[in-house]
Write a protein that binds this ligand. Structure first.
Ligand code: NAD
Ligand code: TYD
Length: 337
C-alpha cells in the first residue's frame, strides 16, 4: 500500500483511520474522496490537512469519471471504502441515498479497481448485515447474511458485489464487518454522542422500546487498527469480523453516561420503538485475532470516559452540527416519539 484512496475519510471512522495511518506509515500517500454530506466534516481532518502526504477531494463515489480521474492523477493502488450513508433511522425515513451511495457507489469503486487493476480493495462493512440474534450466540464470518433495515440491506448488497468482483474478475478484495463504534468525532445522531449531548443540554434522552436492545461496542481506534491489519496482511478474498466482546443493553449505557456527567435519570424518556429494531448484536472476532494477531487495546470503562471527555472539550465541534440541518432531522424523527 503506497497511494491509498480513503473514501468517506471526512466521516467518523474514516477520519480516525486517516489520522492513525498517517502516524503509523508516514511514507504512504493518503487521498480522501468525500462528498461532505451532513455527516462529513472537514474539521475532522484538521490535524492532517497541512501534511504533504495528504490530499482531499470533494466528490461523490458514484461519479465514475471523477473516481477514474483521481486514481490516474494520484496513482492510486489501494481503495479503502468507508463512504456510506450510515444511520439506520435515516434509512427508515428514506432509503434512496442508501442505495445510491452504499450499493451503486461501491459498484463504481469496484469497477474502477477492476479497470485499473488496483492491488487492493477493502470494503468497510458492518455486523448489521448478519441480522439480529436471540439471547445466545455470536455472528461469525459464516453466519448467513440476513439484514433487516434498509441501511443493513444496502451494506449487505455491497458486500455481495465485493464478493462477486473477487470471484468473477479476481479483484483483490477484503471485507471487514465491525460492531458498533464509539469515540471522538462521531456524528451526534448515533446513540452515545446523542445521549451525551442531550444530557449536557438537559434535554430528554429518547430510549427506543424497553431499552434492552443489545449492541456490542468497540472504541473507534481499535476498529481502525484492525482495518489497518486487514488492509496490510489480510488474506485476499476473505471477510474479517471485528469486535471487542462488549455487549451492553442500551439503557445501561445511557445510565452510565448520566452518572459520568452527574445528571439525573429523570432525563430518560422511553419512546416509541424503531420499526424492525434488531434486538441483539454480538460478534465473534476470533478469526482476525488468530490469523492477524489483532486484539482490541481499550476497555469500555476507560474508553467511554475518554469519549465523554472528548465531547466535553469539543463543544464547538458539536454545537455547530446540532445548530444546523440536524434540528430538522431531529424534529422529523423524534417528534412523534
Ligand atoms: P459517517 O456517516 O460518520 O461517515 C460517512 C462519510 O461518508 C461522511 O464523511 C460522508 O460525507 C461520506 N459520504 C457519504 N456518501 C458519500 C458519497 N456518495 N461519496 C463520497 N463520500 C460520501 O459513517 P461512519 O460511522 O464513519 O461509518 C463509516 C463506515 O463504517 C460505513 O461504511 C459504515 O457502514 C461502517 N461501519 C460503521 C459502524 C459504526 O458504528 N459507525 C460500525 C461498523 C461499520
Ligand atoms: P445507533 O447508534 O443508531 O446504532 P445502530 O442502530 O446502527 O446499532 O443505535 C444504537 C442502539 O441505540 C440501537 O439499539 C438503537 C438505540 N437508540 C435509542 O434507543 N435511542 C436513540 O435516540 C438512538 C439514536 C438509538
Amino acid at each position: 500500500m503506497k497511494n491509498i484512496l480513503v473514501t468517506g475519510g471526512a466521516g467518523f471512522i474514516g477520519s480516525n483511520f486517516v489520522k492513525l495511518l498517517i502516524n503509523k506509515d508516514p511514507g504512504c500517500h493518503i487521498v480522501v474522496l468525500d462528498k461532505l454530506t451532513y455527516a462529513g466534516n472537514l474539521k475532522n481532518l484538521e490535524d492532517v490537512h497541512q501534511k504533504s502526504n495528504f490530499k482531499f477531494y470533494k466528490g461523490n463515489i458514484c461519479n465514475s469519471e471523477f473516481v477514474h480521474y483521481i486514481i490516474n492523477k494520484e496513482k492510486i493502488d489501494t481503495i479503502i471504502n468507508f463512504a456510506a450513508e450510515s444511520h439506520v433511522d435515516r434509512s427508515i425515513l428514506s432509503s434512496h441515498e442508501f442505495i445510491n451511495t452504499n450499493v451503486v457507489g461501491t459498484n463504481v469503486l469496484l469497477e474502477a479497481a477492476r479497470n485499473f487493476q488496483l492491488s487492493k480493495f477493502v470494503q468497510i462493512s458492518t455486523d448489521e448485515v448478519y441480522g439480529s440474534l436471540g439471547k445466545e450466540g455470536q455472528f461469525s464470518e459464516s453466519t448467513p447474511l440476513s439484514p433487516n433495515s434498509p441501511y443493513s440491506s444496502s451494506k449487505a448488497s455491497a458486500d455481495l458485489l465485493v464478493r462477486a468482483y473477487n470471484h468473477t474478475y479476481e479483484v483483490p478484495t477484503l471485507i471487514t464487518r465491525c460492531s458498533n463504534n464509539y469515540g471522538p468525532y462521531q456524528f451526534p445522531e448515533k446513540l452515545i454522542p446523542l445521549m451525551i449531548i442531550n444530557a449536557l443540554n438537559n434535554k430528554s434522552l429518547p430510549i427506543y422500546g424497553d431499552g434492552m436492545n443489545i449492541r456490542d461496542w468497540i472504541f473507534v481506534e481499535d476498529h481502525c487498527e484492525a482495518i489497518l491489519e486487514v488492509a496490510t496482511r489480510g488474506k485476499i478474498g476473505e471477510v474479517y469480523n471485528i469486535g471487542a466482546n462488549t455487549e451492553k443493553p442500551n439503557i445501561e449505557i445511557v445510565k452510565l453516561i448520566l452518572k459520568e456527567l452527574g445528571k439525573d435519570e429523570s432525563l430518560i424518556s422511553y419512546v416509541k420503538d424503531r420499526p424492525g429494531h434488531d434486538r441483539r448484536y454480538a460478534i465473534d472476532s476470533s478469526k482476525i485475532e488468530k490469523e492477524l494477531g489483532w486484539k482490541p487495546k481499550h476497555n469500555f470503562e476507560n474508553a467511554i470516559q475518554k469519549t465523554i471527555e472528548w465531547y466535553l472539550s469539543n463543544k464547538k465541534w458539536w454545537e455547530e452540527i446540532i445548530s444546523g440541518d440536524y434540528q430538522s432531522y431531529y424534529k422529523q424523527w423524534y417528534i412523534e416519539r
